[in-house]
Design a protein around this ligand. Sequence first.
Ligand SMILES: O=C(O)CCC(=O)C(=O)O
Ligand SMILES: [Fe+2]
Length: 347
Amino acid sequence: MKEHLFNRNALDGPAATEAQIPIIDLGPYFRSESGALGQLADELKDACTRVGFFYIKNHGVPDEIIENAFAQNRRFHAEPIENKRKLKLDQFNVGFLEINTSTQAHSTVHKATKPNQNESFFVSHDRPADHPDRINQIAYRGGNYWPGNLPGFREGVMSYFHALNDLGQRMLAPIAVALGVLPDGLDALFSDENHAVLRLLHYPPTKLEDNDFGAGPHTDNSFLTILARMEVPGLAIKLPSGEWLKPPLIEGTFLVNIGNMMRRMSNDKFLSTPHGVIVEGDEDRYSMAYFHSPNPYRMIKVLESCVSTDAPAKYEPALYADLIAEFFAANYAHQKMHGKMAIENRY
Ligand SMILES: O=C(O)CCC(=O)C(=O)O
Ligand SMILES: [Fe+2]
């Protein structure tokens, strides 16, 4: 086994994973069985307070949509670099991110000194050019960029995006209950096209010298992240114990993790757990991370249900758009404010 951060203090084996990362069944709740919402909320609360990661099964996203999205991911990244560069990442972080151009500088988890060895294609809501938000150039409310020579690519990617966006929205009620608010208590935060980003990732085998990563250890800035992976391993999770765990692929599931926005709203009761990627073998790795977050023009506040006299709110209310801007400025070299903004929020 190669020497690197994730192997240095590693917890391994299926038994360890099962004990740490629960598999949560969404089926009974989606079938509206009696008592299912409360039961699911209890399971989510346990997972979110203990590790911040869980698998979901019976999530309702058809296999064909997932498989086709993976095929489109491979197809896109197999394109010549000149074609991908035409879709260069914009100021809202939509488009193509070239390898070795982002660094996990926002993170307190591990001091990243080298850029990430992955290339990524980001899409969000596919707003048409005449959408009022595009005409008015509202930040984080733009459209997508599409290659002109890949028929079926846009349709395949967007059907996965919509399936995951629906899944994220359907998970809000049990999460709200887990956070101690009414089932519809989060709905207004996520209304009118919530901030939703699908990232199609491609990692070549990681070139390991010193402090190299496919993705440096980080926490996500989302509310919730839903991750789809293929056979090639690489992901590692930093458990609250400090040990690194490599969660195995479990057929028929997605791996879900809590992002900084849920952590913030829960007053740090729910964990946004650090994770990163190193691809050890000689095979390329593909994954798809879907980030489900509030509407950028809603205030992110610590929930009343998560504060008490003993545990006062740790965070000031903040506009989500401002928190996104800060995160992007810290991590992405193409951003105008890169290296120029005081970074107040680190997780
Ligand atoms: O590729 C993976 O497994 C993880 C990706 C990830 O953590 C991210 O994009 O935030
Ligand atoms: Fe992540």
